[in-house]
Design a protein around this ligand. Structure first.
Ligand SMILES: Cc1cc2nc3c(=O)[nH]c(=O)nc-3n(C[C@H](O)[C@H](O)[C@H](O)COP(=O)(O)OP(=O)(O)OC[C@H]3O[C@@H](n4cnc5c(N)ncnc54)[C@H](O)[C@@H]3O)c2cc1C
Length: 261
């Protein structure tokens, strides 16, 4: 039977762009370009490698995000995934991580899965909690923050490198895993891959398709709320140390004054 792999990818605002909050204190997504979260490229890469090593496998890319999030799906499809699912609904505006995990879990159940692959964190929210929430909602094991991963005989095996120890972990499928940026460079889409991606199926789902009420998500359904946000102060010019024989001493005094040394 085919190994069904679902990769969760997030469409994030470009971190190099100028980002702001909208009036309702959600991220203003209209004024900034978006892209596939770079950390999720590692998840796509590991899913493709697992599929390549399996007798028969299918890789589905899944995102919950606005219309433009299709760009992230196309990029993952051009890397080699087979198909994609896009959950989009106006009522999702302002959904927090708890709501996002509900939507993803329902979409994953509808799609069918043996293995869910996530990135270690998004490059914007960077909570790194979504894979754990997802595993809890799906009622399956979670093996997170893996720098090495393989699947054999219905078991996922991985290595987690911690500060004090390296752990070798295993779980039976179905399971949720997340992979780190140490798991291996993500491939670049080839020209052939980019052309092929244009013809790959992308299924659109909304909240009705997933039997989710609007009040379970969005700003009203969120368990967390942003009460206040203050713009980061503009960068100052900094301190220039001119070396007139005592440059090193002045530098050391400056660093000590800032408690760097
Ligand atoms: C239209 C829209 C509006 C939103 N507005 C808000 C808001 O106002 N306030 C708020 O707190 N949150 C909001 N969210 C949710 C938020 O952007 C995150 O998706 C969610 O909170 C996950 O947290 P994180 O980014 O820290 O994920 P992490 O836990 O850091 O992500 C870990 C992994 O989970 C997966 N993942 C995360 N998000 C998604 C996703 N959306 N689709 C598919 N896979 C994903 C990726 O594999 C990622 O690498 C919104 C989401 C959407 C779609």
């Amino acid at each position: 039977m085919s190994l069904r792999i679902v990769v969760c990818v997030k469409y994030v605002p470009d971190a190099t762009g100028d980002r702001h909050f909208a009036d309702d204190l959600t991220v203003d997504r209209d004024d900034v370009d978006g892209l596939l979260s770079e950390l999720d490229e590692y998840a796509v890469e590991q899913a493709l490698q697992i599929a390549e090593n399996a007798d028969d496998a299918e890789v589905t890319i899944l995102t919950v995000g606005p219309e433009d999030a299709r760009d992230a799906l196309r990029k993952a499809l051009s890397m080699g995934a087979d198909k994609a699912v896009h959950v989009e609904d106006d009522d999702l505006h302002g959904t927090d991580v708890i709501g996002t995990s509900l939507v993803l879990a329902k979409a994953i159940e509808k799609t069918g899965y043996d293995l869910v692959v996530c990135g270690m964190a998004s490059t914007d929210g960077s909570m790194g909690v979504l894979p754990a929430l997802l595993a809890e909602r799906l009622g399956v094991p979670q093996v997170t923050l893996l720098s090495e991963v393989s699947v054999e005989d219905g078991t996922v095996t991985g290595r987690r490198d911690g500060d004090a120890a390296t752990e070798h972990l295993q779980a039976s499928l179905p399971a949720v895993i997340s992979v780190t940026d140490q798991s291996g460079e993500a491939r670049y889409p080839s020209f052939k891959g980019i052309m092929a991606a244009k013809k790959k199926p992308v299924t659109s789902l909304d909240l009705d398709d997933l039997d989710i009420d609007a009040d379970e998500v969005g700003l009203t359904g969120s368990w967390t709320a942003v009460d206040e946000a203050t713009e980061r102060p503009a960068r100052t010019a900094g301190t220039i140390v001119t070396d007139e024989g005592e440059g090193a001493k002045q530098l050391a005094e400056f660093l000590a004054g800032q408690k760097f040394i």
